[in-house]
Design a protein around this ligand. Structure first.
Ligand code: COA
Ligand code: AMP
Length: 644
């Protein structure tokens, strides 16, 4: 860990914003000089048919070279690249850049031996183990495209991603470890492959000693052990790829039941990752980054894997929970022992720690002097949790706003630029390169302080999504058409007189459950398969710990009207099995009818407001107003509140 020169003046934010806004091409071309290119970019960007821009369209590089070989070539092979801390098994080990390079080269050789080449997809369904990082980088080394699927998803979600990405190889493990139980992955994968139409050429399985592969599986695809495959493999070198070639697909929830495959390129991504490490997070080579997320989410892709390694920093890969593995002091313990400089996590994790250890007794006596900042993203940071965290420890608490689509923070405070006085509830200022506007229904910017749709002016900086995998029209339809000249984030918000941005929540049917993004449509599609369900709606209801929790409001078929208890528990099981345990319903409410507009659209906002204990804002287009009154009587509950 490097000690920071406290006397060094921070780079001025306003100068950086001016530079980025005056000539984005020149600004990002300068940032691109920090990347090792095979063919240097001559042109900063070119407009593409999607309505966005392709960054560095004539350049070539290899992302894995930049993340590993480059540091070894520069004599930094002995620096720790990856520190694996498993609170689940008690294992801890460190990989130097040289060791990680050796493993990634072997894994790339193994995939090459299975026929994986540039542009081929590899689906990675792994828990938080080093093999996950190795597999991702091995794909990057070959110019193959990885699609990582979060281990908490069930077989139907996995099947839909297999059919969409059409991987030639799937890399998985015998299972994951959740507190008090194991999660065997192979039965989930087998079920997904029965459901999916696409068949991978090969499946590679990491054998975890804690979880045995089930006996008697009937598989119709060649399956290989990870260790055997790697030990027999010839190390593979880096394949040059176009900067615009896809590096990965990462699925996220949209408003429909079908997940969107967000595509990220190689060149723009590498530039943005490294730039953000320095200027947003204040991280340089040799520093230590602890992103307590999962590699299945964008935080994991960007800040567990790519950004720290591209920078030459050490990344901590943590397998465990903020509480219960073994206690609410585990994050502080990792920070102290590894000399962590920045922690990134979701507010939910901090609320969970606070609930278990409200007086922060587990922080007493800890040496936390290396910690320069705690970055919280993925969901709303409530001012109460922000205040508590600021009181119990000394590092700045930074609320930053971004999305799977943006790939890196859009609004944040800064450790590598001017630091702004935080305001409760604000994510602070737009990151240089992003121009944030709040637009009204008339598509024009609203007055200062007014609420509206949070939009980003085009063109967007490097590192942003480049397309929706396999669906050329979906990008424009979902993100660009509503406000011409802008990317629409799907969040509502406002900007105050000091230019601070406040994110107020989703304006669509997307919810955030413990920092995990889910769509109403996705869960409704699973519930609709139950033969006893006539109609249903799923809404995100306020939950102190998880931010929101999905609730299902169900109209039963006539033959199920008297079997509501049984129906509720079957719906719970169905959702857990198909979508996964992370979508566990907070409740299932069986009702006689749902509120609808005259055109037959279910008014989910009314249901959400009623379940949150608020007065429902009934739209004038509602057809069956009496249903709303019935629902108010049936569903009103005491709102969920923080611990006193
Ligand atoms: N594989 C399999 N199952 C998983 C899983 C995974 N990777 N992650 C979660 N689950 C399961 C859990 O075991 C749980 O199952 P259960 O209902 O049978 O107990 C269920 O999904 C719900 O999990 P979760 O939402 O995580 O709730 P929890 O009560 O187990 O834990 C917290 C609560 C706050 C500790 C947990 O939500 C947490 O760590 N949050 C931090 C969020 C985060 O890092 N988000 C990433 C975005 S930055
Ligand atoms: P995801 O794509 O899973 O990272 O989820 C992105 C969504 O999480 C955003 O559209 C927001 O709704 C929400 N979100 C992320 N960060 C914040 C934040 N700092 N404050 C409020 N909401 C946030």
């Amino acid at each position: 860990m490097l000690e920071r020169d406290a006397a060094a003046p921070p780079v001025a934010y306003s100068a950086m914003v001016d530079d980025a806004n005056t000539d984005a091409g020149a600004f990002w071309s300068t940032a691109a000089q920090d990347i090792a290119w095979i063919d240097e970019p001559q042109r900063p960007y070119a407009e593409n048919q999607n309505g966005l821009v392709d960054w560095f369209p004539d350049a070539t590089l290899n992302t894995a070279y930049n993340a590993l070989d480059r540091h070894v070539d520069a004599g930094r092979g002995e620096t720790t690249a990856l520190a694996y801390v498993s609170a689940a098994t008690g294992q801890e080990y460190e990989y130097s850049y040289a060791e990680l390079l050796e493993l990634v080269s072997a894994a790339a050789g193994a995939l090459l031996g299975l026929g994986v080449g540039r542009g081929d997809r590899v689906l990675i369904y792994l828990p938080m183990i080093p093999e996950a990082v190795i597999a991702m980088l091995a794909c990057a080394r070959l110019g193959a495209v990885h699609a990582v699927v979060f281990g908490g998803f069930g077989s139907t979600e996995l099947a839909s991603r297999i059919d969409d990405a059409r991987p030639s190889v799937i890399v998985t493990a015998t299972g994951g470890l959740e507190p008090g139980r194991t999660v065997p992955y192979l039965p989930l994968l087998d079920a997904a492959l029965i459901e999916a139409k696409h068949r991978p050429g090969h499946v590679v399985v990491v054998d975890r000693p804690e979880i045995e592969a089930p006996v008697g599986r009937r598989i119709e695809w060649p399956e290989h052990g990870w260790t055997e495959l790697l030990s027999a493999a010839k190390p593979a070198g880096c394949v040059p790829v176009a900067a615009t070639d896809p590096l990965y697909i990462l699925y996220t929830s949209g408003t429909t039941g079908k997940p969107k495959g967000i595509v990220r390129d190689n060149g723009g991504h590498a530039v943005a990752m490294q730039w953000s490490m320095r200027y947003v997070y204040g991280i340089e080579a040799g520093d230590v980054v602890f992103a307590a997320s999962d590699i299945g989410w964008v935080v994991g892709h960007s800040y567990i894997v790519y950004a720290p390694l591209l920078t030459g920093a050490t990344t901590v890969l943590f397998e465990g929970k903020p509480v219960g593995t073994p206690d609410a002091g585990v994050f502080w313990d990792v920070i102290e022992r590894y000399g962590v400089n920045v922690l990134l996590t979701a507010p939910t994790a901090m609320r969970a720690i606070r609930r278990e250890d409200p007086d922060a007794d587990l922080l007493i006596g800890r040496d936390m002097h290396t910690l320069r900042g705690i970055f919280l993203a993925g969901e709303r940071l409530d001012p109460d949790t922000q205040r508590w965290l600021g009181e119990v420890q000394a590092a700045p608490v930074i609320n930053n706003w971004w999305q799977t689509e943006t790939g890196w923070p859009v609004v944040s405070n800064f450790l590598g630029l001017s630091y702004f006085r935080p305001k409760p509830g604000a994510s602070t200022k737009p990151v240089p390169g992003f121009i944030v506007e709040i637009l009204g229904r008339d598509r024009n910017p609203v007055e200062v302080g007014q609420e509206g749709a949070v939009c980003l002016q085009l063109p967007l900086p490097p590192g942003f999504m480049t397309q929706v995998w396999g669906d050329e029209d979906r990008l424009a339809k979902t993100y660009l058409n509503a406000y011409p000249g802008y990317y629409t984030s799907g969040d509502g918000g406002r900007v105050d007189e000091d230019g601070y941005v406040y994110i107020l929540g989703r304006t669509d049917d997307v919810m955030n459950v413990a920092g995990h993004r889910m769509s109403s449509g996705q869960i409704e599609a699973a519930i609709a398969e139950h033969p006893g369900v006539s109609e249903c709606a799923v809404v995100g209801v306020h939950d102190y710990l998880k931010g929101q929790r999905p609730y299902a409001i169900v109209v039963p078929e006539i033959d199920h009207v008297d079997r509501t208890v049984e129906l509720s528990s079957q719906i719970q099981d169905l959702v857990r099995r198909q979508i996964g345990p992370i979508a566990s319903l907070g409740g299932v409410e069986v009702v006689a009818a749902l509120p609808k507009t005259r055109s037959g659209k279910i008014v989910r906002s009314c249901l959400r407001q009623i379940l949150d204990g608020d007065e429902p804002d009934v739209p004038p287009t509602i057809e069956n107003i009496s249903v709303v009154d019935d629902l108010i009587r049936a569903l009103t509950k005491t709102p969920d509140s923080p611990p006193s």
